[in-house]
Design a protein around this ligand. Structure first.
Ligand code: CP
Length: 320
């Protein structure tokens, strides 16, 4: 059976709008499985999946693990710190040894941009990028799109501003590609030192003031300041950043309409986002996390060769 997404999911830049729509539509029937008392369908029974995480993760790793278990796949988690990578084994040698044990898919998070593609070109198993350096985080982009579509009932024509540390953010890149392919209008806002030089060529509107971005947008996707990727000198201080670019209740109250609030997590409360915004009535931050499981179930299912129309049948097959 030909997989509708091809062999791997490496980023949203390489997907068509139709393929993105297919993933979002396939995620819809999978949402309900997580609401059941027994959260399991037999769809991927017999498949073996390795979650290979070379960087810290809470949401993505657990979400993939739940998605795999809810589809009845057998999965194992490997962290770089407790694998033979810590003894100097290469990424490809690690993956080839895992393939010798007859695995079907690898979910990889890695600090190097391009690591997922590098691996995908060297192993036969399906590879899913769970975040590679500052390049892409496609399943985060997809769950953000699903959450926006749930709220606005469409993506075409909605105005989404990505705020903060765009320079270091793989989430920003996947969002920009995904949103534009689905017809959304995209803005970015942050200090010039935290915007990529190529931002003017990406077909987005650049806002230098957060007040203007809030005035313009239907939704804000607020990014974490990635302090671990900064060598210093990007911003004067966290306090100054919050004062000038923080998304605060006061700033939101100045516009007389609802602005939807997204954040991929983990959040720096009181830096890029204030707590009363993160926990406020227009926040869909936890809905993003919930949707992450359904999106990852859809990706696993489609990469394994599943036909979209069978997703509904797969759901019915496990109903109890
Ligand atoms: N959004 C996200 O990737 O979170 P984690 O780093 O916890 O996986």
């Amino acid at each position: 059976m030909t997989a509708p997404l091809g062999k791997d999911l490496l980023g949203l830049e390489s997907l068509s709008g139709d393929q993105i729509r297919l993933i979002l539509d396939t995620a819809e029937p999978f949402k309900e499985i997580s609401e059941r008392a027994i959260k399991k369908v037999p769809t991927l029974r017999g498949a073996t999946i390795v979650n290979l995480f070379f960087e810290a993760s809470t949401r993505t790793r657990v979400s993939f693990e739940f998605a795999e278990k809810r589809l009845s796949a057998d999965s194992v988690n490997i962290a770089a710190s407790n694998s033979s990578v810590s003894k100097g084994e290469t990424l490809v040698d690690t993956a080839r040894n895992l393939e010798a044990m007859r695995i079907d898919m690898v979910v990889i998070r890695h600090g190097a941009s391009g690591a997922a593609q590098f691996l995908a070109e060297r192993i036969e198993s399906n590879v899913i990028n769970a975040g590679d350096g500052t390049h892409e985080h496609p399943t985060q982009g997809l769950l953000d799109l699903l959450t926006l579509r749930d709220h606005f009932k469409r993506l075409d024509g909605i105005k989404v501003c990505i705020c903060g540390d765009v320079l270091h953010s793989r989430v920003a890149r996947s969002n920009i590609w995904g949103l534009k392919k689905m017809g959304a209008i995209v803005g970015v806002c942050g200090p010039r030192s935290l915007l990529p030089n190529a931002i003017d060529d990406m077909g987005v509107t650049v806002f230098n003031r957060i007040e203007e971005a809030i005035e313009w947008a239907d939704a804000l996707n607020i990014l974490r300041l990635q302090l671990e990727r900064m060598q210093g000198g990007y911003i004067p201080s966290l306090r100054e950043y919050n004062r000038v670019f923080g998304v605060t209740r006061e700033r939101l109250d100045r516009v007389k309409r609802d602005v939807l609030i997204l954040h991929p997590g983990p959040m720096n409360r009181g830096v890029e986002i204030d707590s009363d915004v993160a926990d406020g009535p227009f926040s869909v931050i936890l809905d993003q996390v919930t949707n992450g499981v359904a999106v990852r179930m859809a990706v696993l299912y489609l990469l394994s060769g599943g036909k979209p129309e069978l997703a509904e049948a797969a759901k019915k097959g496990g109903e109890r």
